[in-house]
Design a protein. Structure first.
Lengths: 479, 291, 303
């Protein structure tokens, strides 16, 4: 008995490694076999009346058969040969809009889009790991440009050049002349503050420092917060401040990137930036480990009256939790060092890409072309404006987006984006001439900049030491 | 130990004092634990029932709201899939509890009453199965379900969740049945009852606190489950509350009030189960000593 | 004849009831055994490869060695043990204490029991959310009270402060899992017949003696069981820590399950993840064996 059972067990396991083939039916057949074998064994060792054996065998047979029927009646997710199903892993909101778009697409195409909805965060990675193990890769996935780049570097993604060209969207993942991602949303950073508390319209570092000092003295509130730690909030903030301090951290392209943050003039500017952060930290709450939610909470609770972060998200949360405060808020560019110009504007670019080994990638491309030109796409964006922005300049001014309610009271979000469109880039595109920069992307995914801020503010490092720490850790992130 | 101090007659601390001390200590503990348990619950309720106007007025959380509103719940029901997620949770949980409890009672009984070889080993192996981290189990499990074509069905979710609660449930019932002497059944048999009737009329009532505990445990596992469900289900219309609530929390129009209202909805069946079943835990005490 | 059918007398004879039961149980137990066994084998198998999901390359014990020699491995192991032990012990204390109270309570017993069982039935997501809200540095009640009573002058960020992060997680865990201990202990307490206590009182035994000689022996098995089961479960606990601190700040709350997740999902190193999971299994298994051999929680009840 043991050998048979072991053999069956091993065959099931090895089929889990191997190709799908006919392994769908194998466990089913073997299940019935095992049941009958056990009964046979029982019958041999105990005197069982023939009637009882037949009764039991019948039960076993029915049980096994019903298991098989169940498996055959399973959903089409297992058999992608049944032509035309495009699996799409999506972690965005406005589900009804996407589903409606998929419905309409079905009526005009041979392909059918099947969307798996996942929460944001690492759920997509988890789902991908499972699907990859099962040999069931999705044809379409909504993720960040950094993820797309690292998978492209491993040769896993499908080129989408023609789609990107046709749609005229920002080309954020370009490797060896081919485009691999169709960006769906742009999420820029901005300064977000209360006009009823903050006076003048501070734009430079010294202006903000003065305001922060004044406000803290008068009302005890904070006009600035320096997030630190292993969070996205901390990493984006630190990055942008360094840029706005005139630091040019990288040179090179692809994975041949030089880290220049501790060289020559850059070093002085970077030290200056960290010094400014140290000063501003005095005026704000201790924000080690604060994520977007915590920062939002501080704004809601009015402890914070100005925030360098994602203004689009903040205004949404204010509208949901403190609607009476919403009119007082306005958006502005990130603070810039007194003698510098801001030339790089951190914007998340997240979008859709496809896996080479998935089924029906042609259908995926068709859907992308259809969707980004449809009303559905703009409805999706409009629902979360100004957090999500279109990924082309024409899209920005498209009335289907600009008509969102929030732009009636807060047009500055749109104006900022339009005026600085060229400067908007994801952290990935910070090599020469916006070429991909894998070190920056890896550093971001490991929150190196956020950790640097933590070392500076809580870890006892001086600004000079922080710059050196940062440079060392960036260099360690080569691919 | 401590005989001289707290022994019976003749000990240094008289029994009357001991009784009073233990009463005081117990009530103090009771009060502390009560406060500990109640505070988060109170917060949840008080935030769920307020609108944005009153919730953070003045920049601070309002603890005693001037007005209550059901707006948050209305938003959830009308603008999100809360109802669908709730129904899915109920379907999966009720089925799993039923399955797990039945399995535990039958297995537990069999393990004590029938002579199955190596049963101690089997029972212990059951506990060892909990020693593997579920994070890595999720991936091969997905592959298995995928190959068997069992993805995206209620049955699979129910079985997957029961697989988690079953081992410990079986163990619990096995322990519990061991405490019920076979003498009770023997006397029933001596009076001519069949095994089945003896079980139904004598053993099961005695075992009630045991299988109620098992029911509570498997309810907790099923209602709470996130990992197994995520392995098996990728169709959003089948998501239970644990997975679906993440999607709802992401929506931009959901503020603190709505989030707490969602938590309230998720907490309601557990509360009802606790309120309803705790009584049976008490009843078992009486029945156990009727003979 | 029915009476003669009970076990012990008819080893080689057939027992119809028994077979019916076995046939009913077998498919289900078989299915569950597969659900547990196959992934476990797959997990161990994967741990010997470098990239088992995409491009498997056999590397023998390399993954294991890499994990063990990593200078932070012992630190993470310590965190795991600390978390598991403190949560389990404190849960037991809270559950046991309150069960003793409820067992005695003359009135309000029903609502007390309801209240105490309730947190255990809540999903971890809910528990985490409530406690994050309670301990929030901006909106939380705890900080507000501490500030109002002048005990601190700046809000404390509980989950973000190195010294307080683990205690905060343990508190939230005990809030939920104390009830598990509670209802297991209570069920066992209620099974102790009143007569024992009455007889003891008549014989002049004191409170302490009664607890020591009647209550505690009946609870011993339950307590040991709770310690073992909860200990194992807490050692493998992932969601509570992940949802509150993600293993931070500065890795003070990073336990081995968090590392497994990091390896398997975040870094895409499934081989390393499964190797670590296997190491954890071995540690727990050894602990389990020692536990059974040393403490023998089933003594007196094995039949």
């Amino acid at each position: 008995m043991n050998r048979r059972v072991l053999a069956w067990l091993f065959s099931t396991i090895s089929s889990a490694f191997g190709s799908p083939a006919n392994s769908v039916t194998m466990p089913c057949r073997n299940g019935i076999f095992i049941l009958k074998y056990c009964l046979y064994f029982v019958m041999k060792n105990k005197s069982l009346s023939r009637r009882t054996y037949l009764k039991l065998a019948g039960t076993a047979g029915v049980a096994g058969l019903s298991g098989c029927i169940n498996e055959m009646g399973g959903t089409a997710t297992t058999q992608s040969e049944e032509g035309g199903t495009v699996h799409f892993l999506n972690d965005r909101g406005a589900r009804e809009v996407w589903e409606a778009a998929a419905e309409e697409f079905k009526s005009q195409s041979n392909y059918e889009i099947e969307i798996t909805w996942l929460p944001k965060g690492t759920s997509t990675n988890e789902q991908l790991a499972k699907m990859r193990a099962a040999g069931n890769l999705p044809a379409l996935i909504f993720e960040t440009s950094a993820d797309c780049y690292s998978e492209t570097a491993q040769g896993l993604t499908e080129p989408l050049t023609d789609v990107v060209e046709e749609l005229g969207v920002k080309d954020t993942v370009n490797v060896d002349g081919e485009s691999y991602m169709v960006p769906g949303v742009a999420i820029p950073l901005n300064m977000f503050y209360r006009t009823d508390v903050v006076e003048g319209d501070p734009r430079t570092w010294s202006e903000w420092q003065a305001e922060a000092e004044r406000i803290q003295g008068e009302t005890g509130q904070s006009a600035y917060v320096v997030p630190s730690g292993r969070t996205n909030a901390a990493s984006t903030h630190t990055n942008q401040i360094l840029w706005n301090g005139g630091v040019d951290p990288y040179s090179g392209t692809g994975d041949v990137i030089e880290v220049n943050i501790d060289q020559g003039e850059n070093r002085e500017l970077a030290i200056g930036a960290f010094e400014w952060l140290q000063t501003m930290n005095e005026y704000g709450p201790q924000a080690s480990g604060w994520g977007w939610g915590d920062l939002m909470g501080a704004l809601i609770q009015e402890q914070l009256v100005a925030w360098a972060g994602i203004g689009g998200l903040a205004i949404q949360q204010i509208l949901a939790n403190r609607p009476e405060l919403a009119p007082e808020f306005t958006a502005a560019p990130y603070p810039v060092a007194d003698d510098q110009d801001s030339t790089q504007w951190w914007s998340y670019f997240e979008g859709m890409y496809s896996y080479r080994d998935a089924e029906n990638t042609e259908g995926a491309k068709e859907f992308l072309t259809f969707f980004l030109q449809s009303d559905y796409y703009f409805e999706f964006l409009r629902g979360t404006a100004p957090f999500n922005m279109p990924t082309s300049k024409t899209g920005l001014r498209d009335d289907r987006y600009a008509s969102a309610e929030v732009f009636q009271t807060h047009p500055e979000f749109l104006d900022l984006a339009e005026d600085n469109w060229e400067d908007m880039a994801p952290v990935l595109n910070t090599g020469d001439n916006r070429a991909p920069n894998i070190i920056a992307a890896n550093a971001y995914s490991e929150q190196v900049h956020g950790q640097a801020a933590d070392k500076l503010l809580n870890g006892g490092l001086s600004p000079e030491e922080t710059v050196d720490w940062l440079a060392e850790n960036l260099r360690a992130r080569k691919a | 130990m401590f005989e001289r101090l707290v022994g019976g007659p003749g000990g240094l601390v008289p029994n009357a004092v001991q009784q009073r001390l233990s009463a005081v200590a117990l009530y103090a503990i009771g009060a502390l634990v009560l406060l500990f348990v109640l505070t988060p619950i109170y917060l949840m309720v008080v935030v769920a029932l307020q609108s944005p106007q009153t919730l953070f007025s003045g920049g601070e959380l309002t603890l005693i709201p001037p007005t209550l509103t059901l707006n948050n719940f209305v938003t959830l029901v009308e603008q999100t899939s809360t109802v669908s997620y709730f129904l899915n949770s109920v379907i999966i949980t009720v089925s799993s509890v039923f399955l797990s409890t039945t399995l535990a009672v039958v297995s537990g009984y069999s393990l004590t009453r029938f002579d199955i070889s190596a049963k101690t080993l089997v029972a212990r192996a059951v506990l060892f199965s909990y020693m593997v981290s579920p994070i890595v189990l999720a991936i091969p499990l997905y592959v298995i379900f995928f190959r068997l074509g069992l993805l995206n069905q209620y049955v699979s979710a129910i079985l997957a969740v029961t697989a988690i609660s079953a081992p410990f449930s079986i163990w619990l019932m096995w322990q519990y049945f061991q405490n019920i002497p076979i003498a009770y059944e023997e006397s029933a048999w001596a009076r001519g009852a069949s095994r089945w009737r003896a079980v139904r009329d004598v053993v099961l009532p005695l075992a009630r606190p045991g299988y109620i505990s098992v029911a509570i445990f498997s309810f907790a596992v099923a209602w709470n489950d996130y990992t197994m469900v995520k392995v098996v289900l990728s169709d959003e219309s089948l998501y239970p509350l644990t997975v679906g609530s993440e999607l709802i929390f992401q929506e931009v129009f959901i503020g603190w009030g709505e989030q707490m209202a969602l938590l309230f909805i998720i907490s309601l069946p557990p509360f009802l189960v606790a309120a309803f079943l705790q009584n049976y835990l008490m009843q078992g005490f009486n029945l156990g000593h009727g003979e | 004849m029915r009476v003669a059918n009970r076990f012990g007398l008819r080893d080689m004879g057939f027992d119809r009831d028994r077979l019916l039961v076995i046939v009913f149980l077998l498919p289900l137990i078989g299915f569950f055994a597969i659900l547990w066994l196959v992934p476990m084998v797959y997990t161990v198998w994967s741990s010997f490869f470098s990239d088992p999901l995409v491009n498997p390359v056999f590397v023998g014990f390399d993954n294991y060695i890499a994990i063990i020699v990593d200078d932070q491995f012992l630190y993470f192991l310590w965190n795991s043990v600390l978390f598991a032990v403190s949560t389990t012990v404190l849960s037991l204390v809270v559950g046991l204490g309150f069960a003793l109270v409820v067992n005695r309570a003359v009135f309000g017993g029903a609502s007390l029991r309801t209240l105490m069982i309730f947190p255990y039935l809540l999903p971890t997501v809910v528990v985490v959310f409530l406690w994050r809200f309670l301990l929030d540095q901006n909106l939380g009640l705890v900080n507000r009270l501490l500030l109002e009573f002048g005990l601190i002058d700046r809000p404390i960020e509980f989950f973000g402060t190195v010294a307080l992060a683990m205690p905060s997680i343990v508190t939230a865990s005990v809030w939920k899992w104390g009830s598990f201990a509670f209802f297991i202990v209570l069920a066992n307490l209620q099974a102790i017949p009143d007569e024992y206590y009455e007889r003891a009182m008549v014989q002049g035994a004191s409170q302490w003696q009664q607890f020591r000689d009647i209550t505690f022996p009946h609870l011993r098995g339950a307590i040991l069981l709770i310690l073992l089961v909860r200990g194992i479960w807490m050692f493998n606990k992932f969601d509570v820590i992940w949802l509150t601190t993600r293993g931070g700040p500065a890795s003070v709350t990073t336990t081995l399950p968090i590392r497994v997740y990091d390896y398997a999902i975040r870094l895409g190193e499934f081989g390393m993840g499964t190797a670590l999971a296997s190491i954890m299994f071995v540690l727990l298994a050894v602990g389990g064996v020692v536990y059974f051999v040393g403490l023998n929680p089933e003594s007196g009840v094995t039949k």
